[in-house]
Design a protein around this ligand. Structure first.
Ligand SMILES: NC(=O)c1ccc[n+]([C@@H]2O[C@H](COP(=O)([O-])OP(=O)(O)OC[C@H]3O[C@@H](n4cnc5c(N)ncnc54)[C@H](O)[C@@H]3O)[C@@H](O)[C@H]2O)c1
Length: 435
């Protein structure tokens, strides 16, 4: 049966038996394969994470195949395809069935690749996520998308709207905040929240402090658009700044354990070591005090400064004890519990195992709204550090500052441009209005 036939068959048979409809009251156009059916995947964003996510999707089971790839750049499609076709991993190689004409390149490539698949992997820089997520939902596809899910508030609102639509269509959506799929975090959550081992949570800290990431050089033939796209980490419309791109993981954990997002933020940040023009417009450190509805404060820090102390972690203090990933103590520091299992499954793999299980067995899963809230919290932190003002949640999420270029082609101009020496304007707290 082709996909349409299978959908019609499943729709009819589920109406007859009530099987699928009892799991979901909504009639859906989404695809629920029989256990042995081929499940076609398209990869949008063929970089480091996209290649990894494709490996993980193809490792779930033999009938998962990669049928289409899309990237802004030909060389990224080619290098990703070579990695997936490596003889080191014959199982994955056998599941790569991408015809040459199904390798798409350019800004519109995503639409063509999405059309060929049942499941899509969205792993471009996050500035494109709202547009790609909207399209995947409009085309009725199941989705794995990486965090962050946007870089500005208008993007978050688009994701939230598409998330509603994805629920109506009964699409399955997993977001790459993999701590939600990591045993040590899940075990900690159950002890802190279900068993209340640390009592009520009264304060929190979290960190993403390390040396920072790669830099891509400007080549003489590059247009400004290509340069920003290649060196995307350092441009806010593409990356969101590192508070959004990486520290989101830690902020999301605190939101998860608190069961909601903060209501306001104040913060400070700047550039101490990122002096060169190759570092675009982002900060190298942010410190934010987030306040939750019940008054609890989260102290959050992220820093990209080589040679400084590294720390990537989250910490909760309760009325009876303290918790961090895989570890709970009383208030004096005496151990109450420790997670010791060394055989935990790779959470990046678990994300895909869960997604495909939910697709095949029509179980509910939709992380889109949580991904949007975690991303918005990080964006609110950035608004606080860039402006130096107290930022309230409602103002942040309703902000109309739209960072996305008005036009997308290689010769059009992004909204922030360099001076004659290649330096970009850097936000100045007290003066910057970006929020
Ligand atoms: N969950 C995690 O632990 C984790 C780890 C790494 C990266 N990520 C996330 O994955 C995403 C990608 O990161 P990466 O490290 O793979 O970056 P990358 O630069 O290696 O890959 C991004 C790819 O997207 C392509 N691209 C850019 N714009 C595009 C467009 N409009 N259409 C199609 N392709 C486009 C780029 O050319 C590139 O090949 C980011 O959101 C990042 O935060 C998550």
């Amino acid at each position: 049966m082709n996909n349409l036939d299978r959908r019609m068959f499943l729709k009819k048979s589920s109406i007859a038996t009530g099987a699928v409809l009892s799991a979901s009251p909504l009639i859906t156009s989404a695809f629920y394969p029989n256990a042995a059916d081929e499940i076609k995947v398209a990869l949008i964003g063929c970089g480091g994470r996209g290649t990894g996510a494709a490996f993980q999707a193809l490792s779930v089971k033999e009938n998962v195949t990669l049928v289409a790839m899309a990237d802004a750049f030909q060389d990224r499609v080619d290098s990703c395809y070579s990695s997936l076709m490596s003889d080191k991993n014959p199982k994955v190689k056998a599941r790569v069935k991408v015809a040459p004409e199904h390798k798409f390149v350019g800004f519109d490539a995503y639409k063509k690749a999405i059309a060929l698949a049942d499941v899509v992997i969205l792993t471009t820089p996050p500035g494109f996520r709202p547009m790609h997520f909207e399209e995947a939902v409009a085309q009725g596809k199941h989705i794995f998308m990486e965090k962050p899910v946007a870089t500005d508030a208008p993007g978050i609102r688009r994701v939230l709207k598409a998330a509603e639509e994805s629920k109506k269509k009964n699409l399955k959506v997993v977001v790459g905040l993999q701590r939600h799929y990591q045993t040590s975090y899940l075990e900690t959550y159950s002890r802190v929240i279900d068993q209340k081992m640390i009592g009520d949570i009264v304060s929190a800290r979290c960190y993403w402090n390390n040396d920072g990431v790669w830099v891509k050089k400007r080549e003489s033939q590059m247009t400004e658009m290509e340069y920003q796209m290649r060196n995307w980490y350092y441009f806010v419309w593409l990356c969101g700044d590192h508070i959004c791109e990486q520290h989101i993981h830690n902020i999301d954990v605190i939101n998860w354990f608190k069961g909601g997002h903060p209501v306001e933020a104040i913060g400070m940040g700047g550039r101490e070591v990122r002096k060169g023009n190759e570092y675009g417009e982002i900060f190298d450190h942010h410190y934010v005090e987030f306040q939750y509805e019940d008054g609890m404060i989260l102290n959050s820090q992220c820093r990209h400064q080589p040679g400084t102390v590294s720390n990537v972690s989250e910490h909760l203090v309760g009325t009876k004890g303290k918790a961090t990933e895989g570890k709970i103590t009383d208030l004096a520091g005496n151990s109450l519990w420790r997670h010791r299992d060394k055989d935990d499954k790779n959470p990046y793999q678990v994300e895909h195992d869960v997604l495909f299980d939910c697709i095949v067995n029509n179980k509910p899963i939709n992380n889109a709204e949580n991904g949007a809230m975690a991303t918005m919290t990080s964006i609110m932190g950035r608004m606080a550090t860039y402006t130096g003002q107290k930022i309230k949640w409602d103002d942040a999420i309703n902000s109309n500052v739209n960072l996305f270029p008005d036009k997308l082609d290689w010769n059009s101009l992004p909204k922030t441009l360099p001076d004659s020496n290649g330096f970009y304007p850097i936000p100045v707290p007290g003066k910057d209005k970006l929020f």
